[in-house]
Design a protein around this ligand. Structure first.
Ligand code: FAD
Ligand code: NAP
Length: 340
């Protein structure tokens, strides 16, 4: 059985708490229901929008067509050889609960990605990353439902063309597949990744008596994140609103001469990644409120909603982008998916 609802309220289903309704909505708990949902949309000529945890979307108004909300669950050990494990994760599993579950099982590799909101199925869309680790580092493959053919397809890491907060699902395969399952390569042998400065500093500050384990790394990541980032349940937000812009080494050098304090990191051999939060902060936006939306007081990269609309938020984002462009000549790109 699959229940299709009309004019379904999406406000509780997006972490920005933006007001929006789905023309039609259904929740999918079994892969077999996907074909039924797609048939429902095709018969009525409705566009399809896939929704996970709603933590990386901006709803600028109501969503026409059918919103398919992913509720697929299950985490299973697929294979084990020596200290390597392959773990299958259904797309509807909560990402952070997966990290916790993996730690309990002694499957390591996800620690740095603790506390990222949302569901597993969305993780490949922007190749989620934090504290020096990206999904691609532990990704084996995924299974997906091809909306046009109704067939199940398998994509390897190479097929997904992962990049910096990017993948093929934002480009050639945009809106074509519904991801149903991930297969991850984890290890029963801890391999701590502590090279990211904010994490390294927090770990160094721990008492010497604390043994360094994957669980301690995960706890530390959670503690640092909680101290810097607003919880969406208290302050509606979608995490970083802008991607860190990647510019040529030459452009970065020019900027460094003009703005000696600029924060940038090597990105491959020819490019540099600028900290978007620093650019936004320098333009005076941190902590600013504009009507019912604003910029978080601790983190200039996080836009917050205090009862406003998606359009208000996007207007603020445009103003921010314009000021960054005028001052630094750098174009900011919005990270979450905008639906307008
Ligand atoms: P949604 O917001 O529901 O969807 C995002 C996009 O993915 C949509 O286009 C949707 O159509 C598509 N999609 C979702 N599920 C599927 C599926 N099964 N098949 C096909 N398409 C699908 N991101 C990071 O990378 N690193 C961070 O550290 C990080 N921190 C965050 C902190 C906060 C406080 C918040 C609010 C967000 C943060 N994010 C971060 C962004 C966000 O959590 C991730 O991008 C997450 O993967 C989104 O998952 P979701 O299930 O909420 O996706
Ligand atoms: P931070 O530690 O204050 O650093 C600011 C920015 O500088 C980050 O965006 C990070 O890029 C970059 N950076 C710092 N040290 C780096 C290094 N050694 N090499 C390369 N890049 C470096 O960042 P923060 O805001 O507290 O976030 C901490 C981590 O959580 C970051 O990895 C960030 O991406 C992630 N996060 C992501 C979101 C989201 O919605 N996408 C939201 C919150 C936090 P990277 O972003 O490339 O790491």
């Amino acid at each position: 059985m699959i229940e299709f609802r009309r004019n379904h309220n999406l406000q509780p289903l997006n972490t920005l708490a933006l007001p929006a309704k789905a023309e039609y909505y259904c929740r999918i708990n079994h892969c077999e229901q996907l074909q039924l949902a797609v048939d429902f949309a095709t018969e009525r000529g409705l566009p399809i929008t896939v929704l996970g945890g709603g933590s990386n979307v901006v709803f600028a108004g109501n969503i026409a067509g059918l919103v398919i909300h992913i509720g697929l669950d299950g985490i299973e050990l697929h294979a084990q050889q020596d200290d390597q494990v392959q773990v299958d994760v259904a797309a509807g599993e909560n990402w952070h609960q997966l990290v916790e579950h993996a730690l309990e099982k002694g499957w390591y590799g996800l620690e740095n990605l603790s506390l990222i909101p949302g569901l597993a199925g969305a993780a490949p869309i922007q190749n989620i990353g934090a504290y020096g680790v990206e999904l691609k580092d532990i990704f084996h493959s995924l299974q997906a439902f091809d909306i046009a053919s109704g067939k199940e397809v398998t994509l390897s890491a190479r097929d997904c063309e992962f990049g910096y907060r990017d993948s093929i699902f934002k480009r050639q395969l945009k809106d074509q597949l519904i991801i149903t399952r991930l297969r991850l390569n984890l290890s029963t042998r801890p391999n701590l990744r502590l090279d990211y400065p904010a994490l390294r500093d927090a770990i160094s500050a721990l008492p010497e008596s604390v043994a360094l384990t994957p669980a301690v790394v995960a706890e530390t990541v959670c503690r640092v994140r909680r101290s810097k980032l607003p919880q969406p349940s208290e302050t509606p937000n979608a995490g970083s609103f802008f991607k860190n812009p990647v510019v040529s080494a030459r452009k970065a050098e020019e900027l460094r001469k003009l703005f000696p304090g600029i924060v940038c990191y090597p990105h491959g051999e020819q490019e540099q990644k600028l900290a978007a939060g620093w650019l936004v902060e320098q333009c005076g936006w941190r902590g600013k409120q504009v009507g019912n939306v604003g910029v978080h007081h601790k983190q200039a990269l996080v836009l917050v909603n205090n009862g406003g609309t998606g359009e208000e938020l996007l207007t603020l984002a445009e103003q921010i982008s314009e000021s960054v462009k005028n001052r630094f000549g750098v174009k900011l790109e919005i990270e979450p998916r905008v639906y307008r």
